[in-house]
Design a protein around this ligand. Structure first.
Ligand SMILES: *Cc1c(COP(=O)(O)O)cnc(C)c1O
Length: 241
């Protein structure tokens, strides 16, 4: 990617001029949703820059965002090398076990979706002499196509993860079903919240709930989200890949 052509349209910066205003409105909506939800949690926006170039990251940082999310390791790494501003990089998509060597580049891995991945990350943390902050991905919608632990597995996994000293399990993450009704969304988000509570009760430092995307972040915040992962609503539509 480095050395590639400038973004289409000539001015890479001009594509994101609407960002500060959009962000101000989103922050206000988040505050209102938090008030309606009555949980009093802090909410952080993770700006999802997948398919967008490094100028999207720069624009987000200028607008006051400190957390950036990518769903593919290779794309994230390429972008990291092109961005010269300090941000916390979040991995929000599936991490293949053969890429755990790259885990240390991320401030938070949202997508621990199997015990084998958790074990591989634990080994990598030991090797690197550090710990990794991770979230347990929960399949709260029950869709067969979705990754993550079933909610019935969470108590057992919570216990299992206690023996992995290389991981700090700081919460749960979920993706709602596409096109779900509001009651379905609320039920899924409540399950992710319950999973976070199970992790916390099992002794993990689990305060975070990563849930809510452009279409459903207000409901997610009402249901207790502490991290919302927003792409389209910040940067516009992605090119389909
Ligand atoms: C792409 C993506 C998002 C952001 O989706 P938008 O609908 O564009 O806000 C959030 N979470 C994950 C895991 C994603 O892959």
């Amino acid at each position: 990617m480095a050395g590639g052509p400038p973004a289409a349209g000539g001015s890479a910066e001009s594509g994101y001029t609407a960002l500060p205003a959009r962000l101000a409105e989103i922050r206000q909506r988040i505050n209102e949703a938090r008030t309606r939800g009555g949980r009093g949690q802090d909410v952080r926006i993770v700006a999802v820059t997948k398919t967008h170039g490094p100028e999207a990251v720069a624009a987000a940082v200028r607008a006051g965002i400190g957390d950036v999310g990518e769903n593919r390791v290779q794309e994230a790494i390429a972008k990291m090398s092109e961005v010269d501003v300090a941000v916390r990089w979040h991995l929000i998509g599936h991490l293949q076990r053969n890429k755990v060597r790259e885990a240390g580049r991320f401030a938070l891995i949202h997508s621990v979706d199997s015990e084998r991945l958790a074990e591989a990350l634990d080994r990598e943390a030991l090797r690197a002499g550090r710990t990794f902050d991770v979230l347990l991905q929960v399949n709260a919608s029950g869709e067969a196509s979705k990754g993550g632990f079933g909610t019935d597995e969470v108590p057992r996994v919570a216990e299992r993860l206690q023996s992995l000293a290389g991981l700090r399990v700081t919460g749960s993450m979920t993706m709602a079903a596409l096109g779900a009704s509001e009651p379905e969304l609320r039920a899924s988000f409540a399950r992710a919240r319950a999973a976070r509570d199970v992790m916390s009760a099992a002794g993990h430092p689990a305060g975070e709930i990563s849930m809510g995307m452009s279409q459903d972040y207000e409901i997610a915040v009402e249901e207790g989200a502490t991290l919302v992962r927003l792409g389209t609503i910040l940067f516009g539509a992605r090119e389909t890949r």
